[in-house]
Design a protein around this ligand. Sequence first.
Ligand code: AHM
Ligand code: MG
Length: 335
Amino acid sequence: MSMITTLDEFIIRRQKDFPYASGELTGLLRDIGVAAKIVNREVNKAGLVNILGVADHQNTSGDTVQKLDMYANEKLIDCLKNSGECCGIASEENESFMPLEAISEKPSKYVVVFDPLDGSSNIDVNVSVGTIFGIYRRLSSTDEECQVTDFLQKGTELVAAGYVLYGTSTMLVYTTGRGVNCFTLDPSIGEFCLSHKDIKIPNHGQHYSVNQGYYLKFDVEMRRYIDHCSDMGLGLRYIGSMVSDIHRILFQGGIFLYPNTRANPKGKLRLLYECNPLSFVVEQAGGKAINTQLDRILDVEIHELHQKATIAIGSPDMVDEMKAFVEKYSAPMAP
Ligand code: AHM
Ligand code: MG
């Protein structure tokens, strides 16, 4: 019989690889795993109980917030508050960041950013949604409350990042900068078990992923690249739930695009809560992530918590090809 490695065992084993690690990051990752299990329980029974439906307010980005988003938000906040391992959190569902009080003498040195339930427009129709998270080392002094500058760090400064996909199985995928590993929740024992070790993204895939309904609203160079994908016979796959689309690309290869449109000239997705954590995961698996200005996502300067970004992310050869198209078709015409 093959031995099962649980998420907790794996995280603790990995901590031993860092001789000076104090265990805080280990604790944080475990707490996120616990929150994921609580959210998973609720997501799974969403069709059964009267938790579905649209709540009566919008989040700071103007999207309609659904009840399960708020539930996931609350549970993540509760788990991180009680853990004592982080000094502040920033959530896509909250306008501002939230400093957390230390629960022991030991000051905590991390802040956590998250999108509690990404792709929430899919909840009512039982399509996969996900939680995205990122962990940064605080920059402010441990003598004071955390500051907004602790969160406004480039993606290159991420210490750890990952996502939970509430799909046909529930999976937690994360990286601490030493490869990407995937854990599948075994509901019979209530544990995330190591299921896919050191994931490597294929150099090329058979699908491209974009909301083709906005085609006419994209810049001409992006339309040319999308035409090229279609000419090459690639299939179109778009779930409307970024975590699900990225998860497929991680295993099968492909490219995910969310370019600027006329309605969203800076893109729709958030740099801090969505693009940076997922770019860190994809890069750690050997993929690439850039914006439509062709800058590496992880290098983009961040000035506000809810800053939006455009993104092209996935298999390295496909991102390079998209880059070449944009360079070619956005070059000024010869006189
Ligand atoms: P959300 O955080 O409000 O759920 O929005 C993010 C989601 C992504 O998961 C998905 O890729 C995208 O929005 C879909 O947007 P659109 O419907 O414009 O294609
Ligand atoms: Mg989101």
